[in-house]
Design a binder for this molecule. Structure first.
Ligand code: PEP
Ligand code: MG
Length: 324
């Protein structure tokens, strides 16, 4: 098994019938980036910047952030790197005092891009650091918790202004830096057509999307099977978002835990997904599963999946695809 996995490292990510599937890595540390590189990830699909801000009292300044982002980009030697702006909120152990302390509903509070837009200087410092790092390799900037077109437009305007500033200060930055949105608030999925024209790429955060859609806390184990991707409403939302993005030629990935669970790879492929982003530890297993999938056949089975009425129907479909 280990030998087989080792061999697969250098093989392309293709389904059995030859469709190229991109497998990006999620990372939050130097080690993750090194592992992603060694395992042949297409790039970094989600670099969570929170770790830079946690477990400390002071905010990382522009220079510190710049060096961290540049190192990720250099670490991937030319493969695309997706860095997400801060997704901090009262739900994380923030000691910097950035986030509000005692929000009654942290998951529904001032987190993600909302916090970035609310705290003076936070977004600017982060964008300056990221854009400076863009001089070292292909960079994509990803925005968490987007719920409206206005948020994307505001960040894009800020990004363009900062790019001009940096150039006039003499910094070498990339001619093009992609700006993308996480789809993790149901409103962003349902209202995707209203802002898809304003983004360069999309990434579906199933961890939060499922939580918000099913009103089921992603960390509350008492909820048991209530928190699951195997719900008809979740599948419909995923299918519609992926379908729209594919029709508009906007790259779309899934970067939630679901993408790293090999069991669900056939399901995601059936829904039209062609980009996965997952923690390096599950990269080879998901790659192996994808290589055993017959995409034509899965997509022919998709209508049956979409007709599923409950978890049991979906689970049966999922189990029936093994080896297909
Ligand atoms: C998600 O919500 O699916 C996601 C990838 O982001 P995070 O887990 O950091 O909230
Ligand atoms: Mg999320």
């Amino acid at each position: 098994e280990l030998r087989e996995l080792n061999r697969m490292r250098s093989e392309p990510n293709r389904t059995r019938d030859g469709t190229e599937i991109e497998i990006y890595a999620n990372a939050e540390s130097r080690e993750d980036v090194a592992e992603a590189h060694a395992l042949g990830a297409t790039g970094i699909g989600l670099y969570r910047t929170e770790f830079l801000f946690l477990q400390r009292m002071e905010l990382p300044d522009e220079e510190e952030q710049f060096r961290a982002y540049r190192d990720v980009i250099l670490g991937m030697s030319g493969r695309p790197v997706t860095i997400r702006t801060l997704d901090l909120g009262a739900d994380k152990a923030d000691r910097t005092g950035l986030a509000l302390r005692d929000e009654p509903n942290p998951a529904l509070g001032l987190r993600g891009v909302r916090l970035s837009l609310a705290r003076t200087g936070l977004l600017e410092t982060q964008l300056r650091a990221m854009l400076r790092a863009s001089g070292y390799g292909p960079l994509r900037i990803l925005l968490p918790m987007i719920s409206s077109r206005e948020e994307v437009r505001t960040v894009r305007a800020e990004m363009m202004r900062i790019a001009r500033d940096l150039r006039s200060e003499g910094h070498e930055i990339a001619d093009f830096v992609a700006l993308g949105a996480m789809i993790e608030v149901p409103a962003a999925a349902i209202g995707l057509s209203s802002f898809i024209g304003g983004v360069d790429f999309l990434s579906i955060g199933t961890n939060d999307l499922i939580q918000y859609l099913l009103a089921a806390d992603r960390n509350n184990e008492a909820l048991g099977e209530l928190y699951t991707v195997m719900h008809p409403a979740v599948l419909r939302l995923l299918r519609d978002a992926i379908r729209l993005a594919n029709a508009r030629n906007v790259p779309i990935a899934v970067c939630g835990e679901v993408a790293g669970d090999a069991r669900f790879a056939p399901l995601l492929l059936a829904l039209g997904l062609e980009q996965f982003s997952l923690h390096p530890t599950s990269l080879l297993e998901v790659r192996r599963t994808i290589r055993n999938c017959d995409l034509d056949r899965l997509r022919a089975n998709a209508p049956a999946l979409m007709r599923a009425r409950d978890r049991n129907d979906i689970e049966r479909w999922v189990d029936a695809q093994i080896g297909h």
